[in-house]
Design a protein around this ligand. Structure first.
Ligand code: OAD
Length: 235
């Protein structure tokens, strides 16, 4: 830990990439781990533009169930530790999570590369609106233009939001310390940020309860729950 704190103090630019694992201890299921969502559901039925075109109600029922679950979750000490790191260091937080728990913990330099489950976007005119209700009445919701609204998240086969992604790449390229927290690093292009940071010279530290696809290339692997390790780093 002392070594890692020295890296933090010496760094001119720090970035972190988080995934579902950081919210696991807030009670939100991950996608690929034990009890993960993609063991119970097929992504192609629920998280693709084709699934939405085929059965918007089914897709919305699943997102509404997740919104309800997430609405009851609170940030855990891992989220709060990252907000604290942001207050003390030059830091950019890149998240694949759509749950909004980093916002609730106080993170502001936050790039949501997979969107936000609390945003609704019109499938026709593109108008976006924030809707914090845990359940949306009258599914599937409609825009004022009459077309169906969709969850404001990135689905499989879709591009990431261009400006957010450009800034995420920039943060990875400029970081001299890059933290990879609670992600299986299995989904691209987000996982590619680790290679980008590493090849641009960053020291890469992984925090995960398990070995992942990127474990062989990182400089330090910290095995354990993010909610325990991150507060130790930020202490
Ligand atoms: P995954 O479910 O693929 O991976 C979660 C990771 O968190 C695993 O490596 C776990 O070992 C780790 N983990 C679990 N509990 C942990 C804890 N308490 N502390 C630290 N690590 C823990 O989730 P992501 O990598 O986020 O995309 O998945 C990436 C993307 O795939 C998601 O954003 C989503 C999904 O399909 C879209 O929906 C587009």
């Amino acid at each position: 830990m002392d070594e890692i704190r020295r890296y933090l103090d010496a760094a001119r630019s720090i970035a972190a990439l988080t995934g579902a694992g950081i919210s696991a201890e807030s009670g939100i299921p991950t996608f690929r781990g034990l009890g993960g969502l993609w063991h119970q559901h097929r992504p192609e039925d629920l998280a693709t533009p084709q699934a939405f075109a085929r059965d918007p109600l089914l897709v919305w029922q699943w997102y509404d169930w997740r919104r309800n679950l997430i609405a009851r979750a609170r940030p855990n000490p891992g989220h709060f530790a990252l907000a604290e790191i942001e207050r003390r260091y030059p830091f950019t937080l890149i998240t694949q999570n759509v749950d909004g728990l980093h916002d609730l913990a106080g993170s502001r330099h936050l790039l949501k590369v997979h969107g936000d489950i609390w945003t609704l976007r019109c499938s026709s005119c593109g108008r976006e609106r924030h809707d914090p209700r845990p359940n949306i009445p009258d599914l599937p919701p409609r825009c004022t233009c009459g077309a169906l609204e969709r969850p404001g998240v990135v689905w499989f086969g879709e591009s990431l939001p261009a400006d957010t992604w450009r800034r995420a790449e920039q943060a990875a390229r400029h970081a001299d310390l890059f933290l990879v927290i609670g992600t299986s690093a299995a989904v691209y292009p987000a996982a590619g940020l680790v290679d980008l940071a590493k090849s641009a010279g960053a020291r890469v530290i992984e925090i995960n309860i398990e070995k992942t696809a990127i474990s062989p290339i990182v400089d330090i692997s910290l095995r354990g729950p993010a909610a325990q390790i991150l507060p130790e780093i930020a202490a």
